[in-house]
Design a protein around this ligand. Structure first.
Ligand code: DON
Length: 319
Protein backbone atom coordinates (compact mmCIF):
# COMPACT_ATOMS: atom_id res chain seq x y z
CA UNK A 1 0.00 0.00 0.00
CA UNK A 2 1.09 3.57 -0.57
CA UNK A 3 2.44 5.85 2.14
CA UNK A 4 -0.72 7.96 2.07
CA UNK A 5 -2.82 4.84 2.64
CA UNK A 6 -0.51 3.93 5.51
CA UNK A 7 -1.05 7.25 7.21
CA UNK A 8 -4.78 6.90 6.62
CA UNK A 9 -4.85 3.78 8.83
CA UNK A 10 -7.63 3.72 11.38
CA UNK A 11 -7.12 4.96 14.95
CA UNK A 12 -10.48 4.11 16.47
CA UNK A 13 -12.88 1.22 16.23
CA UNK A 14 -16.37 0.42 17.45
CA UNK A 15 -17.10 -2.42 19.85
CA UNK A 16 -18.94 -4.16 17.00
CA UNK A 17 -15.84 -4.00 14.80
CA UNK A 18 -13.66 -5.47 17.53
CA UNK A 19 -16.20 -8.22 18.23
CA UNK A 20 -16.56 -9.10 14.57
CA UNK A 21 -12.78 -9.33 14.11
CA UNK A 22 -12.51 -11.62 17.16
CA UNK A 23 -15.36 -13.84 15.97
CA UNK A 24 -13.95 -14.07 12.46
CA UNK A 25 -10.49 -14.99 13.78
CA UNK A 26 -12.02 -17.61 16.08
CA UNK A 27 -13.94 -19.21 13.21
CA UNK A 28 -11.06 -19.03 10.79
CA UNK A 29 -8.50 -20.66 13.08
CA UNK A 30 -10.58 -22.88 15.39
CA UNK A 31 -9.51 -26.05 13.57
CA UNK A 32 -5.84 -25.13 13.16
CA UNK A 33 -3.71 -27.83 14.78
CA UNK A 34 -0.20 -26.83 13.75
CA UNK A 35 2.55 -26.81 16.40
CA UNK A 36 2.88 -28.64 19.71
CA UNK A 37 2.56 -27.87 23.41
CA UNK A 38 5.80 -27.05 25.21
CA UNK A 39 7.11 -30.27 26.73
CA UNK A 40 10.45 -29.26 28.25
CA UNK A 41 8.36 -28.27 31.28
CA UNK A 42 6.61 -31.63 31.85
CA UNK A 43 3.14 -30.42 32.93
CA UNK A 44 2.78 -27.99 30.03
CA UNK A 45 2.55 -31.01 27.72
CA UNK A 46 -0.67 -31.99 29.54
CA UNK A 47 -2.55 -28.72 28.93
CA UNK A 48 -5.51 -29.12 26.51
CA UNK A 49 -3.99 -28.19 23.13
CA UNK A 50 -7.42 -27.25 21.76
CA UNK A 51 -7.79 -24.34 24.18
CA UNK A 52 -8.40 -21.18 22.12
CA UNK A 53 -9.41 -17.87 23.65
CA UNK A 54 -9.25 -14.31 22.31
CA UNK A 55 -9.81 -10.95 24.01
CA UNK A 56 -9.51 -7.26 23.30
CA UNK A 57 -9.70 -4.65 26.07
CA UNK A 58 -9.90 -0.99 25.09
CA UNK A 59 -8.32 1.91 26.94
CA UNK A 60 -11.79 2.97 28.00
CA UNK A 61 -12.38 -0.41 29.63
CA UNK A 62 -14.56 -2.24 27.09
CA UNK A 63 -13.97 -6.01 27.10
CA UNK A 64 -14.63 -8.08 23.97
CA UNK A 65 -13.96 -11.82 23.87
CA UNK A 66 -14.34 -14.96 21.75
CA UNK A 67 -13.71 -18.64 22.41
CA UNK A 68 -12.58 -19.93 25.79
CA UNK A 69 -12.30 -16.97 28.14
CA UNK A 70 -12.23 -18.83 31.45
CA UNK A 71 -9.54 -21.50 31.20
CA UNK A 72 -6.27 -20.38 32.76
CA UNK A 73 -2.73 -21.13 31.63
CA UNK A 74 0.60 -20.23 33.20
CA UNK A 75 1.74 -16.76 32.13
CA UNK A 76 5.32 -17.95 31.48
CA UNK A 77 7.46 -15.45 29.60
CA UNK A 78 4.73 -12.83 29.36
CA UNK A 79 5.56 -12.24 33.04
CA UNK A 80 8.89 -10.77 31.91
CA UNK A 81 7.11 -7.63 30.72
CA UNK A 82 5.60 -6.90 34.12
CA UNK A 83 8.72 -7.61 36.17
CA UNK A 84 10.64 -5.30 33.85
CA UNK A 85 7.91 -2.71 34.43
CA UNK A 86 8.31 -3.06 38.20
CA UNK A 87 12.08 -2.53 38.08
CA UNK A 88 11.89 0.49 35.75
CA UNK A 89 9.10 2.00 37.82
CA UNK A 90 11.16 1.70 41.00
CA UNK A 91 14.63 2.52 39.72
CA UNK A 92 14.22 4.29 36.36
CA UNK A 93 14.99 3.10 32.82
CA UNK A 94 18.78 3.47 33.00
CA UNK A 95 19.19 0.51 35.35
CA UNK A 96 17.88 -1.93 32.72
CA UNK A 97 20.10 -0.48 30.02
CA UNK A 98 23.19 -0.58 32.25
CA UNK A 99 22.72 -3.78 34.25
CA UNK A 100 20.70 -6.05 31.95
CA UNK A 101 20.75 -4.75 28.37
CA UNK A 102 18.19 -3.77 25.75
CA UNK A 103 19.49 -5.52 22.66
CA UNK A 104 17.75 -8.34 20.85
CA UNK A 105 19.92 -11.45 20.90
CA UNK A 106 18.36 -13.01 17.78
CA UNK A 107 18.76 -16.32 19.59
CA UNK A 108 16.46 -18.78 21.34
CA UNK A 109 15.05 -17.59 24.65
CA UNK A 110 17.24 -19.79 26.82
CA UNK A 111 20.44 -19.44 24.82
CA UNK A 112 23.67 -19.75 26.79
CA UNK A 113 25.76 -18.76 23.78
CA UNK A 114 23.95 -15.40 23.78
CA UNK A 115 25.40 -14.77 27.27
CA UNK A 116 28.83 -16.07 26.45
CA UNK A 117 29.32 -14.03 23.26
CA UNK A 118 29.32 -10.68 25.09
CA UNK A 119 30.14 -11.68 28.68
CA UNK A 120 26.56 -11.30 29.82
CA UNK A 121 25.92 -8.03 28.00
CA UNK A 122 23.85 -7.30 24.88
CA UNK A 123 20.85 -9.26 26.11
CA UNK A 124 17.44 -8.00 27.22
CA UNK A 125 14.74 -8.54 29.85
CA UNK A 126 12.67 -10.81 27.57
CA UNK A 127 15.11 -13.69 27.13
CA UNK A 128 15.68 -15.97 30.11
CA UNK A 129 19.11 -14.60 31.16
CA UNK A 130 17.96 -10.98 31.03
CA UNK A 131 14.67 -11.86 32.68
CA UNK A 132 16.40 -13.60 35.58
CA UNK A 133 18.78 -10.63 35.94
CA UNK A 134 15.75 -8.30 35.89
CA UNK A 135 14.05 -10.34 38.61
CA UNK A 136 17.26 -10.09 40.66
CA UNK A 137 16.86 -6.29 40.56
CA UNK A 138 13.35 -6.27 42.08
CA UNK A 139 13.29 -4.19 45.26
CA UNK A 140 13.39 -6.10 48.56
CA UNK A 141 15.84 -7.74 50.93
CA UNK A 142 14.21 -11.14 51.17
CA UNK A 143 12.59 -13.66 48.86
CA UNK A 144 9.18 -12.87 50.33
CA UNK A 145 9.57 -9.11 49.97
CA UNK A 146 10.57 -9.43 46.35
CA UNK A 147 7.87 -11.97 45.59
CA UNK A 148 5.06 -9.92 47.13
CA UNK A 149 6.11 -6.89 45.07
CA UNK A 150 6.18 -8.93 41.85
CA UNK A 151 2.82 -10.53 42.59
CA UNK A 152 1.18 -7.23 43.57
CA UNK A 153 2.39 -5.68 40.32
CA UNK A 154 0.87 -8.48 38.23
CA UNK A 155 -2.40 -8.26 40.18
CA UNK A 156 -2.52 -4.50 39.59
CA UNK A 157 -1.97 -4.97 35.86
CA UNK A 158 -4.68 -7.68 35.71
CA UNK A 159 -7.20 -5.89 37.96
CA UNK A 160 -7.65 -8.98 40.16
CA UNK A 161 -5.76 -11.27 42.52
CA UNK A 162 -4.16 -13.94 40.36
CA UNK A 163 -3.42 -17.47 41.54
CA UNK A 164 -0.21 -19.44 41.20
CA UNK A 165 -0.41 -22.73 39.35
CA UNK A 166 1.36 -24.74 42.02
CA UNK A 167 1.72 -27.83 39.84
CA UNK A 168 3.44 -25.82 37.09
CA UNK A 169 5.67 -24.11 39.64
CA UNK A 170 6.76 -27.39 41.19
CA UNK A 171 7.23 -29.11 37.83
CA UNK A 172 9.35 -26.25 36.56
CA UNK A 173 11.26 -25.79 39.82
CA UNK A 174 12.25 -29.47 39.66
CA UNK A 175 13.51 -29.12 36.08
CA UNK A 176 14.98 -25.60 35.92
CA UNK A 177 18.66 -26.59 36.03
CA UNK A 178 19.28 -24.83 32.73
CA UNK A 179 17.93 -21.55 34.10
CA UNK A 180 20.05 -22.05 37.23
CA UNK A 181 23.09 -22.50 35.01
CA UNK A 182 22.16 -19.31 33.14
CA UNK A 183 21.87 -17.42 36.44
CA UNK A 184 25.22 -18.76 37.66
CA UNK A 185 26.97 -17.84 34.42
CA UNK A 186 25.57 -14.30 34.59
CA UNK A 187 26.68 -14.18 38.20
CA UNK A 188 30.20 -15.11 37.13
CA UNK A 189 30.16 -12.13 34.77
CA UNK A 190 28.91 -9.81 37.56
CA UNK A 191 25.52 -9.45 35.86
CA UNK A 192 23.27 -10.93 38.61
CA UNK A 193 22.18 -8.61 41.40
CA UNK A 194 20.85 -11.03 44.00
CA UNK A 195 21.40 -14.65 44.96
CA UNK A 196 21.29 -16.58 41.65
CA UNK A 197 19.54 -19.69 42.95
CA UNK A 198 16.87 -17.84 44.92
CA UNK A 199 16.36 -15.45 42.01
CA UNK A 200 15.90 -18.36 39.60
CA UNK A 201 13.27 -19.75 41.94
CA UNK A 202 11.49 -16.38 42.09
CA UNK A 203 11.59 -16.18 38.30
CA UNK A 204 10.20 -19.72 38.07
CA UNK A 205 7.36 -18.74 40.37
CA UNK A 206 6.52 -15.60 38.39
CA UNK A 207 6.26 -17.79 35.25
CA UNK A 208 3.69 -20.01 37.04
CA UNK A 209 1.19 -17.19 37.69
CA UNK A 210 -2.14 -18.33 36.29
CA UNK A 211 -4.10 -16.17 33.82
CA UNK A 212 -7.01 -16.42 31.42
CA UNK A 213 -7.15 -14.56 28.13
CA UNK A 214 -9.15 -11.70 29.60
CA UNK A 215 -6.52 -11.16 32.31
CA UNK A 216 -3.82 -10.98 29.65
CA UNK A 217 -5.84 -8.51 27.57
CA UNK A 218 -6.42 -6.28 30.62
CA UNK A 219 -2.68 -6.37 31.33
CA UNK A 220 -1.96 -5.44 27.70
CA UNK A 221 -4.62 -2.71 27.80
CA UNK A 222 -2.92 -1.21 30.87
CA UNK A 223 0.20 -0.86 28.72
CA UNK A 224 -1.89 0.60 25.88
CA UNK A 225 -3.32 3.07 28.36
CA UNK A 226 0.12 4.38 29.38
CA UNK A 227 0.30 2.39 32.63
CA UNK A 228 -3.17 3.15 34.03
CA UNK A 229 -5.41 0.11 34.35
CA UNK A 230 -8.56 0.84 32.31
CA UNK A 231 -10.71 -1.39 34.55
CA UNK A 232 -9.67 -0.03 37.96
CA UNK A 233 -8.45 3.41 36.77
CA UNK A 234 -5.45 2.82 38.98
CA UNK A 235 -2.04 4.08 37.87
CA UNK A 236 0.04 0.89 37.96
CA UNK A 237 3.20 2.30 36.37
CA UNK A 238 4.07 5.59 34.74
CA UNK A 239 3.88 6.41 31.06
CA UNK A 240 7.70 6.73 31.12
CA UNK A 241 7.98 3.12 32.24
CA UNK A 242 5.67 1.90 29.46
CA UNK A 243 7.65 3.94 26.94
CA UNK A 244 10.76 1.92 27.85
CA UNK A 245 9.09 -1.50 27.80
CA UNK A 246 7.37 -0.99 24.44
CA UNK A 247 10.49 -0.86 22.25
CA UNK A 248 11.87 -4.03 23.79
CA UNK A 249 8.53 -5.75 23.12
CA UNK A 250 8.77 -4.52 19.52
CA UNK A 251 12.32 -5.79 19.02
CA UNK A 252 12.49 -8.87 21.26
CA UNK A 253 8.96 -9.84 22.32
CA UNK A 254 8.83 -13.04 20.28
CA UNK A 255 12.45 -14.16 20.73
CA UNK A 256 14.29 -15.05 17.56
CA UNK A 257 11.06 -14.55 15.55
CA UNK A 258 10.61 -10.95 16.72
CA UNK A 259 11.54 -9.60 13.30
CA UNK A 260 8.90 -11.72 11.60
CA UNK A 261 6.32 -10.63 14.15
CA UNK A 262 6.87 -6.89 13.83
CA UNK A 263 7.26 -7.20 10.05
CA UNK A 264 3.82 -8.74 9.73
CA UNK A 265 1.86 -7.24 12.60
CA UNK A 266 3.47 -3.94 13.59
CA UNK A 267 2.38 -4.03 17.25
CA UNK A 268 4.65 -4.56 20.26
CA UNK A 269 3.98 -8.09 21.54
CA UNK A 270 5.09 -10.73 24.02
CA UNK A 271 4.69 -14.48 24.00
CA UNK A 272 4.93 -17.24 26.59
CA UNK A 273 5.36 -21.01 26.33
CA UNK A 274 2.03 -21.46 28.14
CA UNK A 275 0.48 -20.49 24.78
CA UNK A 276 -0.40 -16.85 25.41
CA UNK A 277 0.56 -13.83 23.33
CA UNK A 278 -0.23 -10.21 24.20
CA UNK A 279 0.08 -7.17 21.95
CA UNK A 280 -1.16 -3.63 22.14
CA UNK A 281 -1.88 -0.53 20.10
CA UNK A 282 -0.64 2.45 22.17
CA UNK A 283 -3.52 4.68 23.14
CA UNK A 284 -6.17 2.27 21.81
CA UNK A 285 -6.37 -1.34 22.95
CA UNK A 286 -4.68 -4.45 24.28
CA UNK A 287 -5.20 -7.84 22.70
CA UNK A 288 -4.46 -11.36 23.94
CA UNK A 289 -4.85 -14.83 22.50
CA UNK A 290 -4.22 -18.16 24.24
CA UNK A 291 -3.61 -21.36 22.29
CA UNK A 292 -1.00 -23.83 23.63
CA UNK A 293 0.49 -25.30 20.44
CA UNK A 294 3.85 -23.62 19.78
CA UNK A 295 6.23 -23.28 16.86
CA UNK A 296 9.94 -24.08 17.18
CA UNK A 297 10.75 -20.61 18.54
CA UNK A 298 8.30 -21.20 21.43
CA UNK A 299 5.53 -18.92 20.18
CA UNK A 300 1.88 -20.00 19.90
CA UNK A 301 1.13 -20.77 16.26
CA UNK A 302 -2.57 -19.97 16.43
CA UNK A 303 -2.17 -16.86 18.60
CA UNK A 304 0.27 -15.39 16.08
CA UNK A 305 -2.06 -16.15 13.18
CA UNK A 306 -5.14 -14.87 14.97
CA UNK A 307 -3.54 -11.57 16.03
CA UNK A 308 -2.12 -11.07 12.55
CA UNK A 309 -5.59 -11.64 11.07
CA UNK A 310 -7.34 -9.32 13.56
CA UNK A 311 -4.81 -6.52 13.09
CA UNK A 312 -5.20 -6.78 9.31
CA UNK A 313 -8.99 -6.81 9.53
CA UNK A 314 -9.00 -3.76 11.81
CA UNK A 315 -6.32 -1.95 9.78
CA UNK A 316 -4.47 -1.62 13.08
CA UNK A 317 -0.87 -1.91 11.95
CA UNK A 318 0.52 1.53 12.87
CA UNK A 319 3.26 1.25 10.29
O1 DON B 1 12.06 -20.24 31.88
C1 DON B 1 11.41 -20.85 31.06
O2 DON B 1 11.90 -21.57 30.21
C2 DON B 1 9.90 -20.70 31.11
N1 DON B 1 9.47 -20.52 32.46
C3 DON B 1 9.45 -19.52 30.33
C4 DON B 1 9.92 -19.53 28.91
C5 DON B 1 8.99 -18.90 27.97
O3 DON B 1 7.81 -18.70 28.18
C6 DON B 1 9.56 -18.60 26.66
N2 DON B 1 8.49 -18.41 25.76
N3 DON B 1 8.17 -18.41 24.73
Amino acid sequence: FSVSQGFAQRRSWTEQEFQKALNNAYNKFKDLKEGANADYIPVLAEVDPELFGLAIVTVDGKILTAGDVNTEVSIQSISKVFTMARVIEDFGPQIIQDKVGVDATGMVFNSIIAIEMHKGQKINSFVNPGAIATTSLVRGNTYDEKWSLIKRTYDDFAARTLDINQVVYESEAATNQRNQAIAMLLNAYGRMYWDPIQTTDLYTKQCAVSVNVKDLAVMAATLANGGTNPITSRKVVSYQTVAHITPVMATAGLYDDSGQWIYNIGLPGKSGVGGGIIAFFPGQFGIAVISPRLDVAGNSVRAQQAIKYIVAELGANPF
